[in-house]
Design a protein around this ligand. Structure first.
Ligand SMILES: [Zn+2]
Length: 301
């Protein structure tokens, strides 16, 4: 069985944004209902400028070919194309003549269409990891309108195992993003407050199951907003919101009441120990359950 879509995407090197750019374009195509497979000439025409401008590459050829080697891209007749550069890739001319059809592998394409939340998560994760901050030109060309509202409804997958697998995947994205931001810290940021990592926030909300994570919550742990989203606030356990690492195992989802108790309550030090223990326990349980799972079912497609 091939590894899951998210783990193949997580495996992409963050050195070069051209691969994520082509993937983002392809995911957007899928969500717009365009055909899964399109001709090289069409893909080239649509992505060449995007890749040359933002991908720091010579255009469409390189990612078109290497994504195929990453198992994230299907090229019809790939095995029959003559290769150069020591057998590493075809020349543009070798693609122009057969003009092969190419696109996302069928099972990945079906998965993205069946699970819009996963598609959004992957888009955000690719942008967070590879193109942060997102250039306006990229956002426009891949049809990305920025992160959703703060009280977004995070839908749990259908089984606990899939929830766990999704949690692990989001957590990996959050860690990769935190690492990248750590490396970027040498650059002056002009005193800007660090942005929250959306994958970390989503992971925490997924882990919470829509309930305040304080095991002793006496408030309204299941209350919803008008949009049907849980009335939860995601915060850092250590209280270092401005400098703390955005990773889900150091963060917690709390109802407004428990959030206030954690920040200002007289017994906040004791409460913090309870909260940290609860988070550690849930995090470990999800890690165990999610190990080796695929992130979502393919059934019915
Ligand atoms: Zn609470």
């Amino acid at each position: 069985m091939p590894s899951s879509l998210t783990s193949r995407i997580d495996g992409l090197s963050i050195q070069h944004p051209h691969r994520p750019l082509l993937l983002l374009w392809a995911i957007d195509q899928a969500l717009r209902g365009r055909p899964r497979l399109q001709h090289w000439s069409v893909i080239r025409e649509e992505t060449d400028a995007l890749l040359a401008e933002y991908g720091r590459s010579d255009g469409a050829l390189y990612p078109f070919w290497v994504l195929h080697l990453n198992g994230l891209w299907e090229i019809e007749g790939a095995g029959t194309l003559p290769l150069t550069s020591g057998g590493r890739r075809p020349l543009v001319s070798a693609l122009n003549a057969p003009d092969p059809l190419a696109g996302l592998p069928p099972e990945d394409h079906a998965l993205l269409l069946a699970d819009r939340q996963l598609a959004d998560e992957i888009t955000e994760s690719l942008l967070e990891r590879h193109l942060d901050p997102v250039p306006a030109g990229v956002a426009a060309r891949i049809g990305w309108h920025g992160p959703g509202p703060a009280d977004e409804v995070v839908v749990s997958p259908s089984s606990p195992e899939q929830t766990a697998a999704r949690y692990r995947s989001l957590k990996r994205s959050a860690h990769a993003s935190a690492e990248r931001r750590g490396e970027d810290r040498s650059a002056p940021v002009g005193g800007e407050r660090p942005k929250r990592t959306r994958s970390a926030r989503r992971a925490v909300l997924l882990r919470s199951g829509g309930r305040c994570e304080n095991p002793g919550c006496l408030g309204h742990p299941d209350e919803l907003t008008d949009r049907g989203a849980p009335l939860l606030e995601v915060d850092h356990l250590n209280g270092l919101a401005a400098t703390g690492e955005d990773v889900p195992e150091l963060m917690i989802a709390l109802c407004p009441n428990c959030h206030a108790l954690k920040g200002r309550g007289r017994h906040r030090h004791r409460l913090l120990e309870v909260l940290a223990a609860a988070v550690a326990e849930k995090d470990a349980a999800l890690e165990r359950l999610g190990a080796g799972m695929q992130e979502a079912p393919h059934s019915g497609l």
